[in-house]
Design a binder for this molecule. Structure first.
Ligand SMILES: [Zn+2]
Ligand SMILES: [Zn+2]
Length: 343
């Protein structure tokens, strides 16, 4: 089967013809992948930017962790029936380390990640533990279902930021995670959602299609000026950063209310510096959000099940797996927002 793989610790990805994965063992299922999104982290791994060296010892690996599909084979003790429509939680835990034994699976010390450190969904078939599968609600099709993982990251960030009813929220970075944060902040009851980006026209178009029109292009004027202009000088309640640009942290803090929470979600290739005295005097709360807890996936599936169509505009490009490298280039050049590949 055709597989899109990271084969070496350098720029690029390669197509390789691979044998079908082994038949599922106890507690495993084989999934026939129908839709698989290209994630920002996939693009970083493709470019081989800072922060992805952890993959080196696991190469070659078939990438792709944002996928949906159908269970086509099940091993002994697997709890999913053949034909089940699923998406996945990419974090594979060991079940035996100290963290796993105290029911703290997110902090498993032997954690594997489907599509980063073990074979993922940029291929027709993949064999994974059945406990990593999440059954899609009947109202959610495979395409929208493949948005579950990035929406989980966004949902976790909004929970970490404690967005509350009527809040004014500033999101920095209109990529998929930022778009998802906007949707989740709205679902959490945010009164106003401001989105900042830099010369990001295609992704601003997606934001409009999702129903958000308070868009700030920091190529036009400084962030602080534009935010305070819109809020009549009032600072915002919560800032959520999904850019990966180090300057965004201090820029975000410059418009955040005293005691306000700023959540960093972006993966930053460089260290950040900010004025610590202002930070202390303003009692700003800088928090990190990374990945998704298993209950957060349940929350996302509940939301998707209620109104799947409101998420579909996030997907701007659809193409067969064979054209995957073209899809990566579109994502990399920020021409595309979410690219869905169909193996
Ligand atoms: Zn992802
Ligand atoms: Zn463990």
């Amino acid at each position: 089967m055709l597989s899109l793989r990271k084969t070496k610790s350098a720029f690029g990805l390669d197509f390789q013809e691979m044998p079908d994965p082994r038949a599922p063992g106890p507690g495993e299922v084989m999934v026939a992948v129908e839709n698989v999104g290209i994630c920002g982290s996939d693009v970083h791994a493709y470019e081989w930017s800072e922060g992805y060296g952890f993959m080196s010892s696991r190469l070659p690996v078939t990438m792709g962790h944002e996928f949906s599909g159908r269970v086509v084979a099940a091993g002994a003790k697997a709890e999913l029936a053949i034909g089940s429509r699923v998406t996945i939680n990419p974090g594979v835990t060991c079940g035996v380390c100290a963290a796993c034994r105290r029911d703290d699976a997110r902090n498993c010390t032997a954690r594997d990640s489907i599509g980063l450190t073990r074979d993922g969904g940029f291929a027709k078939h993949v064999t994974i533990p059945d406990r990593n599968c999440l059954v899609l609600p009947a109202t959610v099709d495979m395409e929208v279902g493949a948005l579950t993982e990035p929406l989980g990251v966004s949902c976790e960030a909004v929970l970490t930021g404690e967005v509350r009813l009527g809040d004014t929220v500033l999101i920095m970075g209109p990529g998929t995670i930022g778009q998802g944060i906007a949707l989740m902040a709205r679902a959490a009851g945010a009164g106003r959602v401001l989105m900042a980006g830099r010369a990001d026209a295609p992704r601003f178009d997606v934001m409009r299609a999702l129903g958000f029109d308070e868009l700030i292009d920091i190529a036009d004027a400084p962030l602080r000026e534009q935010v305070l202009d819109r809020t009549s000088g009032a600072p915002v309640d919560v800032v959520l950063e999904a850019t990966g640009h180090p300057t965004s942290i201090s820029a975000g803090m410059s418009v955040l209310k005293k005691s306000g929470v700023i959540v960093a979600v972006g993966i930053h290739a460089e260290p950040v510096s900010f004025n610590l005295t202002d930070f202390v005097r303003n009692r700003h709360q800088l928090r990190a959000s990374h990945g998704t807890s298993s209950y957060t996936f349940t929350r996302v599936l509940n939301l998707l099940g209620r109104d799947p169509e409101s998420y579909r505009p996030m997907i701007t490009h659809r193409m067969p797996l064979e054209r995957g490298l073209y899809g990566f280039e579109l994502a990399r050049q920020r021409v595309a927002s979410k690219v869905m590949l169909q193996p």
